[in-house]
Design a protein around this ligand. Structure first.
Ligand code: SF4
Ligand code: SF4
Length: 172
């Protein structure tokens, strides 16, 4: 999407133009933007929406993530939310995150995240959510806009995860 980050550049990568939803264009997640030429980039670069201009994937801004994490190579886009880290899969290769070294490193983020109430989720085909934790990956299916993920904790360790209606109160 962008090419003017401080020290890194999108170069040949255009994956966010596929995996991200763009509200201003009514473009759903996981389908190519009609303005994207996967080889040449954005065809309306001078006039692309503000949300495209503002977007920076985590690889672009975090130099601790080396070249193998570049979305064009990894086949997923890393983003952040209020809750933590999101791994947004290319629907053409939805299991790319399970390959090494990715899976082990993503698990490490989940382990250290548990100490700080930071979650790591994989968003894959059809909006399916997988919560990665210290011991296992919880496949939670599709989480609707009126739903939320509830983690059951033992100390800081996640021992279960479920999806409930957003209006449902926490269990005591
Ligand atoms: S996914 Fe990241 S590196 Fe790739 S085009 Fe988008 S912002 Fe640039
Ligand atoms: S408008 Fe341009 S930058 Fe935005 S999603 Fe489409 S191709 Fe990508």
């Amino acid at each position: 999407m962008t090419s003017d980050a401080a020290s890194r550049h999108c170069g040949d990568c255009t994956l966010c133009c596929k995996v991200m939803a763009i509200e201003a264009l009514a473009k759903p997640a996981n389908s190519w933007c009609s303005h994207c030429d996967p080889k040449r980039g954005c065809a309306i670069y001078q006039a692309h929406p503000g949300e495209c201009r503002a977007f920076r994937c985590l690889w672009l801004v975090n130099e601790l993530l080396d070249e193998q994490w570049k979305p064009a190579k990894a086949k997923f886009v890393l983003t952040t939310s209020d809750d933590g880290i999101e791994v947004r899969c290319d629907p053409g290769l939805p299991d790319a995150w399970r390959r090494e070294p990715y899976h082990a490193e993503i698990r490490e983020w989940a382990v250290s995240g548990e100490e700080h109430d930071v979650t790591v989720v994989v968003i894959t085909t059809g909006g399916r959510i997988i919560l990665v934790t210290r011991e296992r990956d919880f496949d939670l299916g599709t989480v609707g806009p009126d739903e939320r993920i509830v983690r059951e904790l033992e100390g800081t360790r996640v021992i279960n995860a479920t999806v409930v209606k957003a209006t449902e109160p926490d269990r005591k």
